[in-house]
Design a protein around this ligand. Structure first.
Ligand code: PEP
Ligand code: MG
Length: 754
């Protein structure tokens, strides 16, 4: 049965649509289990369970038979969230007869819930006409297959919702994770990675004849390429391998795959989309074959498919234009995509993968772009050009909104703008409590655009300049001189205020296209200081560029990311000193800047005192510290609910770092996203953090909190929450305090989860 399970999973994975995924599921399960009926019911947006595919019941009943949680055996399975195995289903009090299914002939019933992320997505059933109880092995098989398939079903809906999304549906809502606050209404632009068969956007072509001729030309170009390659390699290839080239060429024949694609184009879709659908269908057919040799050919079909797709995408790549109100949507948006769309045209972001602590979300917050992350069920390939609402407060995305929804969200945008205006008035006032305790509020930057915003918002320094951002937006390493110019702009813009430049922090979810790092566990791998100490030439050119950029301004501070060993600090300090001496020898009149350490991993918390004794300052990176303390991947939407910086363990670590730093007389700041959370800022101030550094969007909000509370009040709150045992209760205490001091930082009714 394990083989069957693997084969079914693979087939469903490569199905071309949700419908065909469902059909494969019911066909294969019915055959494997030798039952008469296998059906899948999926929950619709109203919460009813609708028959979506069946083998054995009347095909006409698909889409017609529907039951609520309180109806029928399917509803009962969904309600209990457990398998129900009945020898005589008709005798059960919840049995409900649906004449349209012709169901009375089937007396035995086994139903298992399809559960994804604690929610019942649907129910998988098998039925038999003669009375019998499905045995334990059968039940275990169905439970196993349901668990395997739940993610696939959720994801299949995300990728292939084509048939379900049409222009008549309104207010289609998809849930995700709040990534960056704010609301945007705009036009969806789907970003498809090159050559990825599963993420090609569904688009209609403007001229069918032209699209066909473009497809023919591309196909014959690919055919010529393959022929030329075959010829070039002919004396190195075995007979079998040469056969493969011939098979590829045959597949690309006009009468074979090509024919199916042109049929689809004639119906009006663009060539890349038509091609990807046909290829996925064929790969799927191969994958479901019994003969292992033929099954392996599925990979060949996919491989050929991606090559041709890349060709189609490149050849049609006229300069991509973005509407003025672009909402960028993709399977996995990364920090580098932010550079692709002109800033004034980018209104919102929605990513299927990733979470609120992913770097793209952090940058989006800095840029004030409403963002939803981890929208795992989003049928993103089908949404290009659709009217979209991004609710970055609650993590929802809406498509085809009704007029009522549009009106409601337009009002919320206005309310949001009024709140922002209110904060603008605080620009020139200090971050000072009602009992005169001064808290320096600094900003985190990465782009030049941040600098302008930060200065407009009255930032008093930069607590974290993410130098990797300019590296991410290029296609090669910047030279020392390139870097010097970029850093000079930052330093000059803020002088005489200090600018804390972090040395290159790549790895994890920040990959440079020109320096790929492939690892099984990227967040536990070659990241931050580990990379740059292994490449001293990169480190040296960066710190040289920083010191040269600061010449005459002398407002530079250098900060080291991901320090987990004292020796990493010592080696970095030695390299910085060497770079400094070399610069002096080269005739540059530069100062040796203060060098600080980021506290981002538990080891650094435990050695904070030793680090503080050796460094000029400490700065807590609470984004990573939360991830590593709670063992929750900051980038994984599956566990986003567990990622919470109000977890008492995180709060205790934060408090102990301040004590350790101050015991050595070393200043300590915090530059993770937590510092920009209005509620958290009260706790951090009370803990004794010397500086809070945050994205410029949140700075005015935090300032309004600091100005509304006394240090004494904040200390009382901290003393209370430090006794609590769970993050949710901490968040409640903090929210109550915010209400008490009259802070309103978002339109009414838009509560976010932290
Ligand atoms: C952090 O980890 O808190 C931090 C500021 O660094 P980054 O988010 O860039 O990893
Ligand atoms: Mg970090």
């Amino acid at each position: 049965m394990l083989d069957s399970l693997r084969a079914i999973t693979q087939e469903v994975n490569s199905a071309a649509s949700v419908r065909s995924a469902m059909e494969i599921i019911v066909q294969r399960i019915r055959t494997t289990m030798h039952t008469q009926v296998c059906s899948v019911y999926l929950r619709d947006p109203q919460g009813d369970f609708v028959l979506r595919a069946t083998e054995g019941l009347l095909p006409e009943s698909v889409g017609q038979v529907k039951m609520s949680l309180h109806e029928g055996l399917v509803g009962y399975v969904a309600k209990r969230g457990e398998p129900i195995n009945l020898e005589n289903a008709e005798a059960h009090s919840r049995y409900h007869y649906f004449p349209e299914t012709g169901e009375e002939r089937f007396t035995s019933f086994l139903g298992v819930p399809i559960v994804h992320q604690r929610e019942v997505l649907g129910v998988l059933t098998v039925q038999q006409s003669h009375r019998r109880r499905f045995d334990d092995d059968e039940e275990a098989f169905l439970v196993t297959i349901s668990a395997q398939l739940s993610g696939i079903i959720a994801h299949a809906e995300a990728i292939h919702g084509a048939e379900e999304i049409d222009d008549t549906g309104v207010d289609l809502r998809f849930k995700g994770v709040a990534g960056s606050p704010g609301i945007a209404i705009g036009t969806a632009v789907v970003l498809s990675p090159q050559s990825d068969l599963s993420s090609v956007a569904y688009q209609l072509c403007s001229n069918i004849e032209e699209e066909l001729s473009f497809f023919y030309t591309s196909l014959s170009a690919v055919r010529n390429d393959i022929k030329a390659l075959g010829k070039k390699l002919s004396n190195r290839l075995s007979v079998e391998e040469r056969g493969l080239f011939d098979a590829y060429l045959a597949m690309l024949d006009d009468t074979s795959l090509g024919r199916e694609v042109t049929d689809a184009i004639k119906k009006g879709v663009v060539a890349p989309y038509a091609w990807s659908r046909v290829i996925l269908q064929h790969a799927n057919t191969f994958a479901s074959m019994h003969d292992p040799y033929l099954r392996e050919r599925a990979a060949d079909v996919r491989d050929l498919g991606s090559r041709v797709l890349g060709y189609l995408q490149q050849s049609s790549a006229t300069e991509k234009t973005y509407p003025n109100n672009t909402v960028l949507i993709g399977d996995e948006l990364t920090a580098s995509v932010l550079g692709e769309v002109p800033k004034d045209k980018l209104l919102g972001l929605v990513s299927v993968k990733g979470s609120s602590s992913s770097h793209v979300a952090i940058l989006a917050r800095a840029m004030g772009i409403p963002t939803v992350m981890g929208a795992v069920d989003l049928p993103f390939t089908q949404l290009d050009g659709k009217l979209t609402i991004v609710d970055g407060y609650r993590g929802n995305t809406y498509f085809n909104p009704s007029d009522e929804a549009l009106n409601e969200f337009t009002k919320l945008i206005q309310e949001d703008q009024e709140i922002s205006k209110h904060y603008e008035a605080l620009k020139d006032l200090p971050g000072e409590t009602t009992d005169n305790h001064r808290v320096p509020l600094w900003v985190n930057t990465g782009l030049m655009a941040d600098v302008m915003r930060s200065i407009e918002r009255g930032a008093e320094g930069v607590g974290l300049y993410r130098t990797e951002v300019p590296f991410l937006l290029r296609d090669r390493f910047p030279t020392e001189e390139d870097q010097r110019k970029i850093y000079r702009e930052q330093l000059a813009a803020f002088a005489p205020h200090p600018v804390t430049m972090r040395t290159l922090d790549v790895g994890g979810d920040k990959a440079l296209s020109y320096f790929p790092i492939e690892e099984a566990n990227p967040f536990l791998g070659w990241r931050g200081i580990r990379v740059t100490l292994d490449h001293p030439e990169i480190f040296m050119s960066q710190v040289r560029a920083m010191m040269r950029a600061s010449q005459g301004l002398n407002n530079l501070r250098i900060m080291l990311p991901m320090i987990s060993h004292i020796s990493e600090l010592e080696t970095s300090q030695a390299l910085i000193q060497r770079a400094h001496s070399e610069l002096l020898e080269d005739g540059f009149d530069v100062e040796l800047p203060p060098v600080g350490v980021m506290i981002e991993v538990p080891a650094a918390v435990y050695q904070a005192k030793e680090l503080a004794a050796r460094a000029d300052f400490l700065s807590v990176g609470s984004n990573d510290l939360t991830q590593y303390l709670l063992a929750v991947d900051r980038n994984n939407p599956q566990v986003a609910g567990l990622y919470n910086s109000f977890h008492p363990a995180v709060l205790q670590a934060l408090q102990s770092v301040v004590r350790a730093a101050h015991s050595e007389g070393t200043p300590v700041s915090i530059c993770g996203e937590m510092a920009g959370d209005p509620g958290a800022s009260m706790l951090l101030m009370a803990m004794g953090y010397d500086v809070l550094s945050m994205n410029s969007t949140n700075l005015p909000r935090v300032k309004s909190v600091i100005r509304a509370i006394s240090l004494e009040q904040a200390e009382t709150l901290l003393a209370r929450v430090m006794k609590l045992t769970d993050a949710e209760t901490v968040a409640q205490y903090v929210d109550i305090e915010l209400k008490k001091i009259g802070i309103r930082d978002r339109p009414e009714g838009l509560e976010t989860s932290r």
